[in-house]
Design a protein around this ligand. Structure first.
Ligand code: SAM
Length: 262
C-alpha cells in the first residue's frame, strides 16, 4: 500500500502470512460474534477477519491508513472508526446477546495503558493481543517465577492470561528490535472478588518495590501482623510467592475503612 510506517503510532506491520493465519486460527472468529480490532494498520489481520462470518469493527488512529482501509473493496463489511482507542467509547459497540471480542497487534509505545483500559470492560468475551515478548512473559507469569510481578497480578486479577506463541522481528515491516508474542486474556470470576482495585495496586506495587524483602518489611505500616495472621499468610514470605488470590485477600482486609479516610 506504500504507507511510510510512523514511529509515533508504533507502526510495525505484519507481513508474514503464516503468522497472520496462526493468529486468526487462535481467535477462531465465527458467526454471532462482534470483534473489535485495535489498530488495523494496513489490514493484515482485518482482511482475514472480514472473511469470517463475525461482525468486525476496527479503531485506527492514523487518518491516512483509515482512508486506505475505507477505499479497500475487500473490507466493505468493516465498521471502521478513525479515532484514538484511548478516547473511543467501547460501550457503544456492546450489543445485548452478542459477545464482544477484542484483538490487536498493539502499538508497543502505548501497550500497557491500552491493555488496562480494555480490562475495565469486564463484559468482554475474550482478548487476543500481540506485544513485546518480554511484556507478555510478565503478564502471563505464574507465582514463583522471576517475571511474576505487579503486571502479572494486576492483569490476572481480571483475567486468565495465556501465552500462545512467539513471533520474531522478521515477520514485521519495519522489524522491531525485540521478539513479540501473542497471548489470550479470558475474564473469569474469582473466588475472592477484589473490593478496591486502587488499594490492591498500591499494595502490590509496594510489595514488589523490593522483591528480596519479606512482606512484613515491605508492607510495614500498610498491613498489620494481625491481618497476616487472620489470613494465614506467613509474613516472612517474599512477594513473588503470593498467588493473585492471596494478594486480593490481603488488599481486601487491609484497605482503609471509609471512617479511617476522614
Ligand atoms: N494490525 C496491523 C498489523 O498487524 O500489521 C498494525 C499493527 S501496528 C503494531 C499498530 C497499529 O495501531 C497501527 O496501525 C497504528 O497506527 C495503530 N495505533 C497506534 N496508536 C493507536 C491508538 N491510540 N488508537 C488506535 N490505533 C492506534
Amino acid at each position: 500500500m506504500g504507507h511510510q510506517p510512523r514511529k509515533r503510532f508504533g507502526q510495525n506491520f505484519l507481513h508474514d502470512h503464516h503468522v497472520i493465519e496462526r493468529i486468526i486460527a487462535s481467535i477462531q472468529p465465527s458467526a454471532g460474534q462482534h470483534i473489535l480490532e485495535i489498530g488495523p494498520g494496513e489490514g493484515a489481520l482485518t482482511a482475514l477477519l472480514c472473511l469470517s462470518e463475525a461482525q468486525i469493527s476496527a479503531v485506527e488512529i492514523d487518518r491516512d491508513l483509515a482512508e486506505k482501509l475505507s477505499a479497500n473493496d475487500a473490507l466493505e463489511s468493516l465498521n471502521l472508526i478513525n479515532q484514538d482507542i484511548m478516547q473511543f467509547d467501547i460501550d457503544s459497540l456492546i450489543q445485548p446477546g452478542t459477545p464482544l471480542r477484542i484483538v490487536g497487534n498493539l502499538p508497543y509505545n502505548i501497550s500497557t495503558p491500552v491493555l488496562f483500559r480494555m480490562l475495565e470492560f469486564i463484559d468482554l468475551h475474550d482478548m487476543h493481543f500481540m506485544l513485546q515478548k518480554e511484556v507478555v512473559d510478565r503478564i502471563c507469569a505464574e507465582p514463583g517465577s522471576k517475571t511474576y510481578g505487579r503486571l502479572s497480578v494486576m492483569v490476572q486479577v481480571h483475567c486468565k492470561a495465556e501465552i500462545l506463541f512467539t513471533v520474531g522481528p522478521e515477520s514485521f515491516r519495519p522489524p522491531p528490535k525485540v521478539d513479540s508474542a501473542v497471548f489470550r486474556l479470558t475474564p473469569r470470576p474469582f473466588s475472592t472478588p477484589c473490593e478496591d482495585f486502587k488499594h490492591l495496586d498500591k499494595l502490590v506495587r509496594q510489595s514488589f518495590s523490593q522483591r528480596r524483602k519479606t512482606l512484613n518489611r515491605s508492607l510495614k505500616g500498610m498491613v498489620s501482623s494481625s491481618t497476616f495472621a487472620a489470613l494465614d499468610i506467613d509474613p516472612v514470605r517474599r512477594p513473588e510467592t503470593l498467588s493473585v488470590d492471596e494478594f486480593v485477600r490481603l488488599a481486601n482486609l487491609s484497605a482503609p475503612k471509609p471512617d479511617e479516610l476522614l
